[in-house]
Structure formats: structure tokens, C-alpha cells
Design a protein around this ligand. Structure first.
Ligand SMILES: Nc1ncnc2c1ncn2[C@@H]1O[C@H](COP(=O)(O)OP(=O)(O)OP(=O)(O)O)[C@@H](O)[C@H]1O
Ligand SMILES: [Mg+2]
Length: 485
């Protein structure tokens, strides 16, 4: 203060005094990844709050007297009695090209021993999904490289296709193969791992690295031993990352592995925060949780750049029961499902996709006309074959025509067996379809089929013919490829 009688205001006329009121709350209890706070009456849902010891939390429940929050970052000193203040902001993470090829946690922190990604852009975890007018129809195919899916359960860019099945039937393998197939396709991939063990995540990262898929893939990982808040946020983080690229006109593919774990994390949080439990103890808004996540999957209209996000959410069933709560919810939210069957797996028919119980409601519109035309009858043929085979188990004597049908069915079933990490190209798909429809594979021994298919696939890759070439050209080409040398 100057010694004469002039005040600060005379020295600096711009200086003004005003009161700034900030609320200060207090943590009243801590435990299991959540905190209860008193004294923040104007805090909002989904607002980040700062704790005095440097921890952060996310408001998840508002009561008249107190609020419940999910702990995001927990310091060792977090305990009841410490003060809390509002941030006025919602949760966001680093997005953009700097996160491509990285392994991150749901808050965007690196898990791959590399420096944190450059933080030029941030994206909110929760945003509203694009309006109907902002969306376009699903028109372009997204190839998964799987013979069964690409021919009979086709997926289009912007589609949500559920992968459903018991544990250990190859759900993750299918999704990973779909990522590997995107090599050279200009599709950016995000793999969200929820509640898996560290060893399975490490195996997955190794596979992606060995197959050269890390350059176009980002992993968001919330391990099984993470706080439930972290597992709950993981799919939203992954979605925010993919959404950024979609809004810039890119095609993206996102895998949520798996939403059963996600639903369980949400149930855990909700029960800890005393929200009323509903069916199977899940909170009443569990359907809303998954639908608001999956509604963000779409194709944007050309005015908005025409980018797309395709989602392959995974859900685990118990004893093949698809009518339980979370699976039925997800089946009704998505545009189709790929069902993996225990019996097929046990019989060694891998991938164990049960064609009879799988469906793609919109992907057919995105299928290339050539593939669509060839694949059209295959499903029906196969279903007829299964019925016929069941019938002949009783040792019925068959007419030669039926015998031939059975033989063809067995060939088709063998074609559908496909090893992991062997994605088939689009022309490769067309090749086997034409070869099968032209009865060029009927006389092959079943155990020789895999190598013949590989040979056809390699030849199709070398060939200059495209999907748009005429069927005759393809047929002649395939005949020459199949001629014994
Ligand atoms: N097409 C395939 N060919 C050979 N083996 C396969 C194939 N698909 C999956 N497998 C094998 O099946 C096993 C289970 O696969 P995976 O881990 O993908 O199943 P999952 O359904 O994701 O399991 P979980 O429920 O534990 O997540 C793995 O050992 C995998 O190598
Ligand atoms: Mg799995």
C-alpha cells in the first residue's frame, strides 16, 4: 500500500474489486473407486471435480445433500475430510493423429512406455450422436476377410454388428482378423479392451505388431484390475477417438471387447452409489448406456465429409443363452449379429459362426453386386444341406441326387473353415464363390481344400482382374488356375 492517502484505485483505474464465490466441498467417504462429497450444491452430472490432493473424480450421482463421484485419478493420500472443488468442465481426452498406433488408458494416458501423445486436440467422451439428417445410408462394404461373414453376413461401413457367443469361442479372434484385413484399406481402427487380463492384452498387442497392424490401430485398454470407473469410461474414450477421424472424412472401425464387462462395471458403480437396481441388478438405464454409445456409429452425409464409423461390439453369453438381459438389449440396438456356437467350436469348425442364427440386416445393400450375386444362393444351399444331413443320420438310403447335394454341402462346410490371421481379399472371396457355384471344387478331397483355397486366393491377388470384371472372365481364369499342373 502506498504510504500516502491515495488508494490502489487511483494508481490503477482499471483495477476493480469483485467477489468471486467458489464452492468448496468435502469428501465424506472413499472406497471401491468412488467418493461421496458434501457441499458442492451446483455441481453437475458428468462434471470433473478436483480434489485437494491432486486426485480427480467424475460426478455420477446427485443427491439433495451429497453427490457421488467416480474416482478417475487416485493419489495415495485420498481420504475423507479433504476438500473438493468444481472444474466446470466435462471429461475429455487427447484425440487426433498423435494417438494413432498408441496403447492408451481410458483417460488418454500412455500404457506403451512412450511419451504422452501430443495434446493438440481434445474430444469429449460423451457427445450427442449425429442427427438423422447428418447421416447417410450404409453403402460401402467393410471387408472382414472372413469367408462366412463377407459372403453371408456382410458388413457395411457405418454398421453396428454384434459378435456374440460363449467365452473362448473365438470372438476376439474374429474382431482382430477384421482389423488385420484393413491393412492397405485406409480404415483406421480402434480396439477397446474392457476388463481383460494383462496377458491377453499383451498377446493381442504382439499379434497386431507381428502382423503390421499397429500403424493404423489405437488401443484403449482398461484392464480387469482397473477401477470400475475406468472400465466404464473405456468405450466412450475409444468412440471419441474414432469419432474425430470420422468427422474428418475417414473410415474407421471400432471393436468393443466386450460390452458384458462394460455392463458389469456400470452395474458395480451403480450399486456402490446406491442407485436402484433393476433386472439382474443392472440399473434401469443400462439400455440407454449402450444405445447412446452405439448410436454414435454411423456414416456421415457427404456435406459432413462422408466419414464412417463401423462398430463390432462383442458380448459374452452364458451357455449360449442369447435371451438374457444384456445380449437381448444389444441385439436390438445393433444391425445384426454374428453368433458363435459351442457345438461348432467343439467339432473344430473354426471360426464357429452359426450361419443359421447370424444375420446382417443392412450389410447386403453394401455388398459388391458380383459377390452378392454369387453369395445369394449359398446360404440357402447350406441350410438345406444341414437339414438333409440331420435327416440322413438315421442311415436312410439316398438317391444319387441327394447324395450329390450332401457331398456339395460338405465341400461348402470345409470351405468355411478358416484359420486365424488369414484374411481373404475381396477378389479372393469372389474366386471361391464362383469356383463353388460352378461346381469346380466338388471333386476335391476335403483335406486338400484348404491348400486349394490358399492357392486360389494367391492367384486372385496376383491377377489383374477386379471385382468388376465379367463373370465369364473370372470363370475362365479360375478354371485355368485349378488345372492340375
Ligand atoms: N479360426 C480359428 N482357427 C483356429 N483357432 C481359433 C480360431 N478362432 C479362434 N481360435 C482359438 O480359439 C481360442 C479362443 O479364441 P478367443 O480368445 O478369440 O475367444 P474369445 O471368445 O474372445 O474368448 P473370451 O471369451 O475368453 O474373450 C484361441 O485359442 C484361438 O486361438
Ligand atoms: Mg475375447
Amino acid at each position: 500500500m502506498p504510504s500516502d492517502s491515495r488508494s490502489l484505485f487511483d494508481l490503477n483505474p482499471d483495477y476493480s474489486i469483485s467477489t468471486r464465490i467458489t464452492e468448496q466441498g468435502t469428501v465424506i467417504s472413499v472406497g471401491d473407486g468412488i467418493i461421496w462429497v458434501q457441499g458442492l450444491p451446483s455441481a453437475m452430472m458428468d462434471e470433473v471435480i478436483y480434489l485437494e490432493d491432486g486426485s480427480t473424480a467424475l460426478v455420477f450421482l446427485l443427491d439433495p445433500e451429497k453427490l457421488g463421484a467416480i474416482v478417475l485419478e487416485q493419489k495415495a493420500s485420498l481420504s475423507s475430510g479433504i476438500s473438493v472443488r468444481r472444474s466446470g468442465r466435462r471429461l475429455d481426452i487427447t484425440i487426433g493423429d498423435s494417438v494413432l498406433g498408441r496403447v492408451l488408458d481410458p483417460l488418454g494416458r500412455p500404457l506403451d512406455d512412450m511419451p504422452a501423445p501430443a495434446d493438440h486436440q481434445r474430444g469429449l467422451l460423451e457427445v450427442t450422436s449425429p442427427t438423422i439428417l447428418d447421416r447417410n445410408f450404409v453403402r460401402n462394404p467393410l471387408y472382414t476377410g472372413n469367408r462366412i461373414i463377407d459372403s453371408q453376413i456382410p458388413i457395411g461401413k457405418g454398421q453396428r454388428q454384434l459378435i456374440i457367443g460363449d467365452n473362448g469361442l473365438g470372438k476376439t479372434s474374429l474382431a482382430v482378423d477384421a482389423i488385420l484385413r484393413q491393412q492397405g484399406e485406409d480404415v483406421l481402427c480402434v480396439y477397446v479392451s474392457i476388463g481383460q487380463t494383462r496377458s491377453s492384452v499383451a498377446t493381442l498387442i504382439d499379434t497386431l505388431q507381428e502382423q503390421g497392424a499397429t500403424a493404423y490401430t489405437t488401443l484403449v485398454v482398461a484392464e480387469a484390475n482397473e477401477l470400475s470407473g475406468c472400465r466404464y469410461l473405456a468405450p466412450f474414450s475409444g468412440c471419441a477417438i474414432a469419432e474425430y477421424w470420422m468427422q474428418r472424412g475417414k473410415d474407421t472401425l471400432i471393436i468393443y471387447d466386450d460390452l458384458t464387462q462394460h455392463a458389469q462395471a456400470y452395474r458395480e458403480l451403480s450399486l456402490l452409489l446406491h442407485r436402484p437396481p433393476g433386472r439382474e441388478a443392472y440399473p434401469g438405464d443400462i439400455f440407454y448406456l449402450h444405445s447412446r454409445l452405439l448410436e454414435r456409429t454411423t456414416v456421415l452425409s457427404p456435406e459432413l465429409g462422408g466419414g464412417s464409423m463401423t462398430a463390432l461390439p462383442i458380448v459374452e453369453t452364458k451357455q449360449g443363452e442369447i435371451a438374457s438381459y444384456i445380449p437381448t438389449n444389444l441385439i436390438s440396438i445393433t444391425d445384426g449379429q454374428i453368433y458363435l456356437d459351442q457345438k461348432l467350436f467343439a467339432a473344430g469348425m473354426l471360426p464357429a459362426i452359426d450361419v443359421t442364427r447370424s444375420v446382417s440386416r443392412i450389410g447386403g445393400k453394401a455388398q459388391h453386386p458380383a459377390i452378392k450375386q454369387e453369395a445369394g444362393r449359398i446360404r440357402l444351399d447350406y441350410l438345406q444341406f444341414l437339414e438333409l444331413e440331420a435327416f440322413t443320420r438315421f442311415g436312410t438310403r439316398l438317391e444319387p441326387a441327394m447324395e450329390a447335394k450332401l457331398k456339395r454341402g460338405r465341400v461348402l462346410r470345409q470351405i468355411m473353415v478358416q484359420d486365424r490371421l488369414t484374411p481373404v481379399s475381396a477378389t479372393g472371396q469372389l474366386t471361391w464363390l464362383i469356383a463353388y457355384n460352378e461346381k469346380l471344387l466338388d471333386d476335391c478331397e476335403l483335406n486338400r481344400l484348404p491348400s486349394i483355397l490358399l492357392q486360389l486366393e494367391a492367384a486372385a491377388k496376383q491377377s489383374k482382374l477386379t471385382l468388376d470384371a465379367s463373370r465369364d472372365q473370372w470363370r475362365q481364369q479360375i478354371q485355368t488356375w485349378l488345372q492340375p499342373t
